[in-house]
Design a protein around this ligand. Structure first.
Ligand code: ADP
Length: 322
């Protein structure tokens, strides 16, 4: 019988619990033992392990967040603390570790392999869908769905009062949530994370809308480097173009909530395959979606990416918002 551990790190995302459940039950089904690490790498350093039984992961699939909790650990970036983490893993008799998180968490996990030859498998879990080597990261679909539902509600007010709304969605480096939300909610346009803002174009689009009798306009703003960026845009539109607008920042509601069927499905398959990958471990891998199927790819492929493929939608958004 072998013992494997699992942790969740960085920003939480809906579907992480489905992956934990599938990992634990696959190990137990195959006669092995599963441990959970509380609060990501912080828990690894502080030796916070708990045994996960089949029943301890019951009734969690439908819950957002992560039952193991997550953290950001500055200490783990230092080798001396990773040495403590490895000692704890070995003292607990752990033969391999699954890390669910984003590219930062993957960098940390990869160091455990590079420095100590410790077996690691990654499961991409972040609402931003910004990890290379995979077409999909757990939680993205639920976050987009939440954002679309929120925009639909705001649209009721925008159109009842002829208002211009700037709706800010999450995405520091990734425009994925913003672009999909804009297309699926019929927004007039989308402002990307690091894009220089073309105010003339925004003003033209508002005026065009008014001329053809449109009641209200909606612009989706990706938060970019700083939450609250929409307030700067609001001031500029007011002062330079005499356009009054309202700002709505969706914030953390996009992170939470019950995972969508797509997230449950992919997370369950990834959790299952991560357990099998540890049982047959030869090298660090991440579970990834390729052409719609869950497979394993080399860990080193999983570095940060910008989701350029979503940029193909920009032309459609513009065309449809005439
Ligand atoms: P995410 O995994 O969602 O991208 P972060 O970038 O905040 O989130 O990373 C989560 C944690 O992973 C960090 O708090 C840190 O403990 C660990 N980590 C990130 N980058 C590194 C690195 N280069 N070396 C070691 N650990 C890292």
């Amino acid at each position: 019988m072998k013992t494997f551990a699992i942790l969740t790190s960085g920003g939480d995302s809906p579907g992480m619990n489905c992956a934990i459940r599938a990992f634990v039950r696959t190990l137990i089904f195959n006669g092995h033992k599963a441990l959970g690490v509380r609060k990501g790498y912080e828990g690894l350093i502080q030796n916070k392990f708990i045994e996960l039984s089949a029943s301890s992961v019951g009734n969690i699939m439908q819950r957002g967040g992560t039952i193991l909790q997550s953290s950001r650990s500055e200490e783990f970036k230092k080798k001396e603390f990773r040495e403590i983490a490895i000692k704890n893993l070995k003292d607990q008799g752990v033969d391999g570790l699954v890390v669910i998180g984003g590219d930062g968490s993957f960098k940390g996990a990869y160091k455990l392999w590079e420095e100590f030859n410790f077996p690691v498998i990654g499961i991409p879990g972040t609402i931003d869908n910004d990890i290379s080597g995979t077409e999909y990261t757990i939680g993205h679909n639920t976050a987009v769905e939440t954002a679309i539902q929120a925009v639909d509600k705001i649209r009721d007010t925008a159109f009842s009062h002829d208002r211009v709304f700037l709706i800010e969605v999450m995405g520091r480096n990734s425009a994925s949530i913003a672009i999909k939300t804009a297309l699926c909610s019929g927004a007039e346009n989308v402002i990307l994370p690091h894009q220089e803002i073309d105010y003339d174009e925004i003003a033209d689009s508002v005026k065009r809308g008014i001329q053809r009798g449109k009641k209200g306009s909606i612009f989706i703003v990706a938060e970019g480097a700083r939450e609250g960026r929409s307030y700067d845009i609001q001031v500029k539109l007011r002062d330079d173009y005499q356009i009054q607008s309202r700002v709505c920042i969706l914030g953390h509601i996009q992170r939470g909530g019950s995972p969508s069927p797509k997230d449950r499905l992919i997370a369950s398959e990834m959790g299952h395959k991560s357990a099998l990958a540890l049982l047959e471990f030869t090298q660090p891998l991440i579970t990834a979606v390729h052409s719609g199927k869950v497979i394993e790819v080399n860990f080193s492929d999983a570095i940060h990416k910008n989701n350029d493929e979503d940029h193909d939608y920009l032309h459609i958004i513009k065309t449809l918002s005439i």
